[in-house]
Design a protein around this ligand. Sequence first.
Ligand code: ATP
Ligand code: MG
Length: 512
Amino acid sequence: MTTTSPLLELRGITKRFGHLVANDHVDLQVAEGEIHALVGENGAGKTTLMNVVFGLVHPDEGDILLRGTPVTIRSPLAAARHGIGMVHQHFKLVPSLTAAENIFLGREPGNGPMLDGPEALRKAAELAERYGLTIDPATRVRFLSVGQQQRVEILKALSYDAHLLILDEPTAVLTPQETEELIQVVHELRTRGKTVIFITHKLNEVRAVADRFSVMRDGRRIATLSTGEATEADIARMMVGREVLFRVTKPDVVPGQPVLEVTGLNGLRVDGTEAVRDVSLEVREGEIVGIAGVEGNGQSELAEFVCGLRPPTAGKVFIDGREVTRADVVQRRAAGLAFVPEDRMDRGVSGPMSVSENLAATHYLDPGLSRFGVVAPGRLRRWTRALIGRFDIRNANPATPVHALSGGNIQKVVLARELSTEPKVLVAAQPSRGLDVGATEAVHRTLVEQRSQGRAILLISSELSEILSLSDRILVMYRGRVVHETNARDATDEGLGLYMMGLKSDHPGDVQ
Ligand SMILES: Nc1ncnc2c1ncn2[C@@H]1O[C@H](COP(=O)(O)OP(=O)(O)OP(=O)(O)O)[C@@H](O)[C@H]1O
Ligand SMILES: [Mg+2]
């Protein structure tokens, strides 16, 4: 026989969590040297399936074959011995250690428990050089950007001589430019004979990065196609089982009073460098103001200053006419603020707590949930069920611990909590991050509804298409300053792009 076996073959993989069938008799073949995208709705079973391949989850049924030979993969270490590496949806690096220490954590060169520093540094630099993944091995991970942390994760996986690399939503947290770079890295890995499985919700990436893709729905694999055979709309339809509208319709709303006002705001990053310089803005009732910008230009920090997560060094913040510059998060919420944080895993939820507890965390005093100041369990359950339904949080009931949900469904818990209050001001940072196309559509619809109800919405997003389709006004941030303000109707991708890259500015003298 001349036919070669696929590098990886899954036969009838089934994984149940209690009554829930996360993977339902999944067959999948991944050829040697291909880039295979894995797509599907939030909770479809993508991460679970890859965790099976990586030895983190043990299947109830089914077989794994590597180059035609059945194998049992009991642990990530066993997976590494088989040449399988994985970069997880949520990074697992140790922030206080250096890049090199993280790469070789658990099996440092040299003997004994002591880390052989210089040797690890040298090996990390060598590895980075070999794969063209530029990092500084001596920097502590805490000080690295998300894109750099991801490179460390990839190098860690490659350091075991992986020939199959699994990347679980690697671009969810990357800037468009970092995404471009990652796609090049992945193509480069293919040139070197590596095989890559790439999970993503961004349909343009499926076509940009992959040779073939497989679609999962409700735990099953429902299709595998060459990327040339399908349009983005086709892929979306296969994922969610219906047509997806990529356009939002926005009714005309006449904006009212300004309810969020920021004047002359200055502030620093965690590392002490200047993040935001002299930013003034206002958001009125019934208005969505979008902040566009390449990530890292102060947008995230702006949200943190507005929401009271970090104190600014100068300037003022007003909510509904009340100065809240020195107020903490709780006081700002009482003044009418709701906040969808960018970093929902760290700031947004508590994993061991139930969906119900997480949803109610900022609502305990709502009259609808408590009686005589005490939470009424029946009301809380009903309210939670309603939110689970409305926000389509999959495979969840009020008592499910949040860490048993899929990545995207955890995001939905935070969105549901923040969007279910009736705030005066909503700050939404990267609201569609990690969401599938259907859920993204639903969140966009919710934001537009909130606008119709008179909320003032400050939208921060690195997805320019999201900014353009939702905003009434758009501000562009570059190096901590607002360099451009425009009516959304007059804005285009290309036009905003020039300001985002610092090639144009409304301030005379900024650009030579
Ligand atoms: N440890 C667990 N305990 C219970 N249920 C789990 C566990 N891990 C996953 N699940 C459930 O299995 C289903 C599939 O989850 P999985 O994480 O594989 O989805 P996914 O396709 O990766 O979704 P996303 O796009 O949101 O990351 C989900 O409904 C989730 O709630
Ligand atoms: Mg996942």
